[in-house]
Design a protein around this ligand. Structure first.
Ligand code: DHB
Length: 311
């Protein structure tokens, strides 16, 4: 019995990764992920130029998760592209992930052109769902814009590309977005990004807990798991089978991972819990998944992946 996953031409020891944004800003953090029990890891969403991000405090752990409004602090695309190209040379057997986002339409194209022109051959995750840029709506809530952007991107981008989506809340939205995504040769869909623009209140102080945007921020952790599972399930039922699904949101335990695989995820990403527990979380969570598989008599993840039953 084991938790290995075969995906995108690579064999991973586990299906667990970090969610972009958590523990992946600097070379030191990335190296720690590489040395952990994660099956793969992804870099902080990079913009063309380095960014400081929003004012602090901008991340707050709440009893059931987290709220953040980081504002895309990152060291710039060259930093992460160089890091992953170097890893690709040294560890060709690994599966590499690079997360990117532009600050506007033209920058989205420019950053992907840079990746296309580079030696990098790994996965690129195109983040269409950052909720924390003041004055900038999340791209993937604009269906026409998403289709137009992906049409332009696939006019020149020939490397494996995934998209990170925000949560949707209506079955009509799953239908419409899946119809758009199915038009493109996407490698994967990552669902979900944080639930955008929540508000957490410190009752004693009678105030918000993060400074940017008047306290509004992306919600992660336990709050979001049912929404995230629904998004993974809904896309698994609608996307063509060539488009794999990465499930993200509210994973604390191996049981949570088991649920994501039942819904059809091929890999899962961990954000809030990784922030709280550090990279040792991967080993614990994978052991918990193994214990569940053992108790249920499953030898491989493929035996139950996507097999959620209806009542
Ligand atoms: C940030 C948050 C996100 O949820 C995201 O997808 C990208 C960036 C941020 O605030 O840095």
């Amino acid at each position: 019995m084991d938790t290995t996953i075969e995906i995108f031409g690579h064999k991973l020891a586990s299906g667990l990764m970090n969610a972009s944004g958590v523990h992946c800003m600097t070379l030191e953090e990335l190296d720690q992920l590489a040395d952990s029990q994660a099956g793969a890891f992804i870099t902080k969403t990079a913009t063309l130029a380095p960014r400081q991000g929003n004012e602090e405090p901008r991340y707050f752990d709440t009893p059931l998760g987290s709220i953040n409004s980081m504002g895309l602090p990152n060291l710039g695309i060259d930093y992460y592209l160089d890091y992953q190209i170097d890893r690709q040379r040294r560890f060709p057997e690994e599966l590499h992930f690079l997360s990117v986002a532009g600050m506007n339409y033209a920058e989205n194209l420019a950053i992907l052109k840079k990746v296309q022109a580079s030696e990098y051959t790994g996965m690129t995750e195109f983040n269409l769902s950052c909720p924390n840029l003041p004055g900038k709506p999340q791209i993937a809530y604009d269906f026409e814009l998403t289709e137009q952007l992906l049409t332009e991107v696939f006019g020149f981008f020939t490397k494996p590309l995934g998209v990170k989506l925000p949560p949707y809340f209506d079955l009509a939205h799953f239908d419409d977005m899946a119809t758009i995504l199915n038009k493109f040769p996407l490698a994967y869909v990552n669902s979900i990004n944080s639930i955008g623009n929540g508000l957490y209140i410190d009752v004693e102080q009678e105030e918000v807990v993060i400074r940017p945007k008047g306290g509004f921020g992306g919600i992660g952790g336990e709050y979001v798991k049912p929404t995230a599972l629904a998004n993974v399930r809904a896309f698994a039922q609608r996307l063509k089978p060539e488009i794999k699904i990465i499930g993200t949101g509210g994973i604390l335990t191996g049981k949570d991972v088991f649920e994501y695989f039942l819904c059809g995820a091929s890999l899962v990403q961990i954000g809030t819990q990784l922030h709280q527990e550090g990279p040792k979380a991967f080993e614990r969570i994978n052991q918990e998944l193994l214990a569940i598989m053992n108790a249920k008599g499953y030898q491989t993840i493929e035996e139950f992946r996507g097999k959620l039953k209806e009542k």
